[in-house]
Design a protein around this ligand. Structure first.
Ligand SMILES: Cc1ncc(COP(=O)(O)O)c(C=O)c1O
Length: 355
């Protein structure tokens, strides 16, 4: 009997490995998925429960009110904002909107593990450019990897999982070298955690470069990972193309109203972000004091370049009650979560060095 053939490209799609989850009834800390450790604000919970009363209806397909509020908060036109089911879905829509089969997409590696998946599913071919041993993107190498076959370049800043942010001067040099008909996606999922004064300002870069698209999310600083709301900021023509490629009704009504309430409460939420940044500084300093060599981080996570020992470190951390994210053979990413999780992690890292 013949079987339904699957698309050939699926064989090349690497699996997305989610961060370990806390087993029911266990007391472990989950710092494996770069989530926000704070529960939703009371005002956001009210918006969520009010919205729940309307779930027999489809949501506003274009998330009009949320799009307007995002646009106002960023100082861009509403036509430039496209929402979707998390920025990971929006990335897929962006690539689907521009890639013809076989087009090349330059990406840093190691970087966000969804990139190779999204590129392949959009019909593109990934061209990975190694991240430096300091965890920084090699923008010069990425510019050099652009050819006449390149349709897009992904720039992750800060880079997940290594941590550093791209500097304004290096991004300016990079953009000057990349042809203006190549799309440059600046993935700013962690932008609210950036404190480096030299870091690139995505909105300013967007204003000056029609080929730049920004990706942002409510999952991290805004603490709505479970509701799946992300968006792209693009010139109206590109944004219209991304909308065409988007899943209809991609953001639920609950997600739209929760994101709106979170934007309204952004002052309160940014106080929490400041607390996470303080704990990031404490984690980095604690690790370095113990003798670890770790890259700077401008995000809500820190990279331990453990190489071959990544998986055994993660196992040991898990046994000690702290779930981290290993990338086998490469390193371990630890998110900045509850201060108690940082305390426990620092005990594990000290024990590891003393073993
Ligand atoms: C760099 C980067 N971009 C995008 C995302 C996707 O976030 P979401 O789909 O939750 O908006 C993540 C999530 O981990 C990320 O690390």
């Amino acid at each position: 009997m013949s079987r339904v053939p699957l698309r050939q490209a699926l064989a090349d799609v690497p699996p997305y490995v989610p961060g370990a989850r806390v087993p029911v009834g266990s007391a472990a800390y989950k710092i494996s998925s770069n989530e926000n450790p704070f529960p939703p604000l009371p005002s956001v919970l009210v918006a969520i429960s009010d919205a729940a009363a309307d779930v027999n209806r489809y949501p506003d397909m274009y998330a009009t009110e949320l799009v307007g509020a995002i646009a106002e908060s960023l100082g861009v036109a509403s036509e430039s904002v496209v929402t979707g089911c998390g920025s990971v879905a929006v990335l897929g829509h962006v690539l689907t909107a521009v890639c013809e089969p076989g087009d090349e997409v330059v990406l840093p590696w190691r970087s966000f593990e969804a990139y190779p998946i999204a590129i392949t599913l959009a019909g593109g071919v990934g061209v990975p450019v190694p991240v430096g041993s300091d965890g920084r993107l090699d923008l010069e190498g990425m510019a050099a990897a652009v050819t006449s076959r390149t349709k897009a370049v992904l720039v992750c800043t800060p880079n997940n999982p290594t941590g550093p942010a791209v500097r304004a001067d290096e991004l300016a040099t990079f953009l000057a070298a990349v042809p203006s008909d190549v799309l440059v996606v600046l993935d700013e999922a962690y932008v609210e955690f950036v404190r480096d004064a030299q870091a690139a300002d995505g909105l300013a870069v967007f204003a000056d470069h029609p080929n730049v698209v920004l990706l942002r999310t409510f999952s991290k600083a805004y603490g709505l990972a479970g509701l799946r709301v992300g968006y792209a900021v693009a010139r109206p023509r590109l944004a219209a193309g991304i909308r065409v490629a988007s899943t209809p009704f991609g953001v639920s009504h609950i997600g739209q109203l929760a994101a709106l309430a979170s934007l309204r409460a952004s002052n309160e939420l940014m106080v929490r972000v400041d607390q996470i940044v303080v704990d990031r500084t404490r984690m980095l300093a604690g690790l370095r004091k113990q003798g670890w060599s770790v890259p700077d981080s401008e995000a809500n996570f820190v990279w331990l370049p453990l190489g071959d020992q990544a998986s055994s470190f993660a196992e040991r951390a898990g046994r000690a009650g702290v779930l981290v994210r290993p990338f086998a053979g490469d390193g371990v990413r630890v998110s900045v979560g509850e201060p108690e999780a940082t305390d426990l992690l620092l005990e594990v890292t000290a024990d590891w060095l003393a073993r």
